[in-house]
Design a protein around this ligand. Sequence first.
Ligand SMILES: [Zn+2]
Length: 403
Amino acid sequence: MRTSLFLAAVLVPQIMNAQSKPIVIHADRMVDGRGHVTNNAFVVVEGDKITQVGPAPKGAVTYDLKGMTLIPGLIDVHSHLTWYFNREGRYHAGRNDSDTPVESMLSAAGNAYATLLGGVTTIQSPGAAEDHDLREWIAMGQIPGPRVITSLVPIQNPRLTPDSMRAIVRTRKAQGADVIKIFASASIRDGGALTLSDAQLSAICSEAKAQGLRTMVHAHSAESIKASVLAGCDQIEHGVFATDESLKLMAEHNVWFDPQICLVFRNYLDNRAKFEGIGNYNEAGFAAMEKAIPTSTEMFKKALKTPGLKIVFGTDAVAGAHGRNVEELVCRVQAGGQPAVDAITSATSLSAASLRLGDQIGAIATGMQADLVAVEGDPIKDITALRRVMFVMKGGRLFKNER
Ligand SMILES: [Zn+2]
């Protein structure tokens, strides 16, 4: 019920901007987002939707994507569009620099555009107050960007009582949040240990459920994952220290898992000077992130082998990473050993299902939103093809065409 209300709000305004006469797209290859690969594929788009997929339709081809592979628009379930580098080239953390709120919002709009051009047509932000207006302005077609789904301000303070946490959940819903984001463990830079009690976690996740909202939980340690799963929360973020037992527990409880194995860590390390000296971006913090790359890669390999575990795609993109979201998929395949077709399914239909939008986005199929991306080459043979995004359509509206 809530999902359809949300979609009405977010998707309807785009229809007015979508082209009305049928568009025929041909590509050498298509990966449909549900695990199928087809050669010589045709897709027909009318308005904001896909109306036909398969053999050559009548009429001229509008976009002939020779040498390219068509995939559904990618879905990143963990991206922080409001994080950016300020005019001094430093990470903009709160109000500690001279940037105005308007300048900060323009940076978020820039990040949204970069993300869209990088092939991502839907993101979930976990989250910031500014996401609300960003979501609305993109949905109205006023600025280019991926569809935004947001938690608004997350719940992080472990000193709050369970009752006040329940009240915050209701407040977030009233403010327009699509999902509730919780911190159940410390940052990876501070060790990642459990921070909330069972009573606090269960208060948040049960209240969210009662309000019809999903929950996503930042949890690094095995203990924090276990507590979140047993509290009835819906999705676990990060899980660098997940054990076989905690991976199995998520699978048994049908909890979505969103691990990261490289982009977020490498981005911090590559941009170290821009973050260093702010909060926990210190010597120990950077050492912890360097260590997290091999640790999380080994954890990810175990996650892939865990029967029934539903792994979605979230990059935790922060300042410096927007538009490079696919690097995480390249790592999943090259370092983590995930088959390329599974990596694409994770970033499309599985991630859509985690957002409860599986009947709207995340696959190239009749009746779905026309979110289509073409990359040069064949990502099944060489996952780095995802870096070469040549064509981006969202809801039937064309944003990039570099044939
Ligand atoms: Zn994050």
